[in-house]
Write a protein that binds this ligand. Structure first.
Ligand SMILES: [Zn+2]
Length: 117
């Protein structure tokens, strides 16, 4: 199978991904052996492809890390907020409770004092 340089540049991606037929792969491989231009082209293609795919994987992993950390942070934050809101609620009730107890005692004492007089 005789192929042209255009054929190689057109199919270089499919060839790289092993998506061409064995005959086409063989033809491209033998063309690359004899054609310096196509060999250089394929080498550049591989470099670009590797450079592109490597950071993509990293970004994906980083995103997973970030979302996991974010999830954990959100869970911690909501837990902390819930606890704080609970404490605030308890604190407010305690203040109101103490206040009403003191008010009751005060009223009781006032009435008691006025009864005596
Ligand atoms: Zn060529």
């Amino acid at each position: 199978m005789n192929i042209t340089c255009n054929f190689v540049t057109d199919f270089v991606e499919l060839y790289h991904e092993n998506l061409v037929s064995p005959e086409t792969a063989l033809a491209i491989r033998s063309h690359l052996k004899t054609c310096t231009n196509c060999r250089n082209y394929y080498r550049e293609y591989q470099i670009i492809k590797n450079r592109k795919s490597a950071p993509a994987v990293n970004i994906l992993l980083n995103n997973e890390d970030i979302s996991e950390t974010e999830e954990r942070l959100c869970a911690n934050l909501s837990k902390r907020l819930r606890r704080r809101r609970f404490l605030e609620l308890v604190g407010t009730s305690a203040v109101i409770g103490a206040g009403s107890v003191m008010l009751t005692i005060g009223l009781f004492l006032t009435f008691k004092n006025s009864d005596n007089n």
